[in-house]
Design a protein around this ligand. Sequence first.
Ligand SMILES: Cc1ncc(COP(=O)(O)O)c(C=O)c1O
Length: 353
Amino acid sequence: MLDLAAQHAALQPALGEAISVVLREAEFINGPAVAAFAQELSAALGGPHVIPCANGTDALQLALMSLNLPPNAEIILPAFTYVATAEAAAVLGLRPMFVDVLPTTFCLDPVAVEAAITPRTGAVLAVHLFGQCADMEALMQLSTRRGIPLIEDNAQAIGAMYRFTDGAQAAAGTIGEVGTTSFFPAKNLGAFGDGGAVFTNDAARAAFLRQLANHGQTRKYHHQHIGLNSRLDTLQAALLRVKLPHLPAWTAARQRIADHYDAALGGISGLRIPYRDPQSSHVFHQYTLTLENAPSAMSCKNICASGACRAWCIIRCRCTCSPPMPTLAHGPGSFRCLRTCAAPCCHCPSTRC
Ligand SMILES: Cc1ncc(COP(=O)(O)O)c(C=O)c1O
């Protein structure tokens, strides 16, 4: 789906130099590149505090830990997502509460979120799936009105911009109480191994998150909180610093390719091209087609193999049906839109077609 070898070949001299510096300095944990990358990423996203960490799953766990929720607090999240979103809540003894997504954006349905709120709700966790923001206007209004913190899982939409109806704009991941991202190699900004980050606009929460990501230390060997060992390696930070300035151009290329797919596939009956929400830019982590009335993934594969593009067919993780979440089993028909979105989805390559 993403030709990383070609991407890296173009950056080879700068990547090689970045590796040499890290080897020479030998500060492999929390070396200077980590703080420098955090600062540069913050500048690129409009100035939030950036707390680098080991991966996007830890970023979600840290975000939830920073809210100090009571055991068994309910975390409302979309039924259509990558498993890590629910896993991060479950591993902390919190209860993932799955709600339906919108058939247009594949992201949380704010009406379903409101209906799922109970006195035990601890947070709402929105996922900007495939590269486009959830309905942040409605979700932020809900969060403020009900006093429930909103977390953004921005593993798939780094660089996307959201525009509110009053004209204010903000980068995906920087709008809610806490945002998270992943630098998994295949992400739009990918490292050379695992990596992640947490975002917040609140200085006190940022300080707490930094401690949580480093064994709960307030300073060396002073462990005030139960934390994690979740640090972005210096080497990954150094390499990400080389890639970060290219993110806008890579995003623009993804958008051009998506336009090309739209033009080629837009008129095909039974095939729905990605919806473009006027309030969010789309960074096309995945260009996702939906087969209307498709009975199975196989027919999706066949349609794609037959023509306009090389595509990869995938049945997305439907966490609600996963064995590790048995206590949360939902009955058939619980998620009307999930059924229509998840089964017949296929994704096209975002860097070449
Ligand atoms: C939506 C979403 N959330 C969280 C993650 C977890 O990120 P990581 O693989 O870096 O732990 C991913 C990664 O695929 C993801 O797509």
